[in-house]
Design a protein around this ligand. Structure first.
Ligand SMILES: [Zn+2]
Length: 173
């Protein structure tokens, strides 16, 4: 799974630079539908992400986010069939294959497309340029807005990288 590595590198956080406890990072479990490894997500994040109709079904536990791009499961609990699907969340999950729009910064509703466009057509080269051009990462509340409950900066970095690659090799697109 290539997505996993994208969250592991150190970068400046828009959420105050808090580091997670080892416990939050290490304890992974498998999606009951596709069997792929999920990412632990705090209860507060899940409560904010699900639509009102299913909110009452969110228990007082932490959930896992299924990182498989083709699986329709979003959040699942470790020991029950308590889970939430793509249709149960307010925003598309950016790495799921049919996400539209594909937000990278959920706090400011900045899409991957906007970031790639800023790099390819507006001369942005780094995070600072992207923040100025798109407003990404301003007043970040990723704990409740981002589906993982984590700072979106690694995902923005990835989008910048994609944009730079397109810029360097326009013929391959
Ligand atoms: Zn799954």
């Amino acid at each position: 799974m290539k997505i996993k590595e994208e969250f592991s590198f150190e970068s400046k956080s828009c959420c105050g630079g808090k580091t997670e406890s080892a416990d939050m990072v290490e304890k992974n479990t498998l999606c009951p539908v596709c069997g792929e490894e999920g990412k632990l997500v705090k209860n507060i994040t899940v409560k904010h992400m699900v639509i009102d109709k299913v909110k009452e079904h969110v228990g007082d536990i932490n959930y896992y986010l299924c990182m498989n791009e083709v699986c329709s499961v979003v959040y699942y609990a470790q020991e029950s069939d308590n889970r939430f699907d793509k249709k149960d969340v307010k925003e598309p999950i950016w790495f799921k294959n049919d996400a539209d729009p594909k937000y990278v910064c959920y706090c400011n509703k900045v899409t991957e497309e906007q970031i790639i466009d800023s790099v390819v057509n507006k001369g942005a080269n780094n995070m600072k340029d992207i923040i100025v051009l798109t407003g990404a990462m301003k007043n970040g509340k990723c704990e409740t807005n981002n589906p993982l409950g984590k700072c979106c900066s690694p995902i923005i970095q990835e989008a910048i990288k994609k944009g730079l690659e397109i810029k360097e090799n326009p013929m391959q697109v």
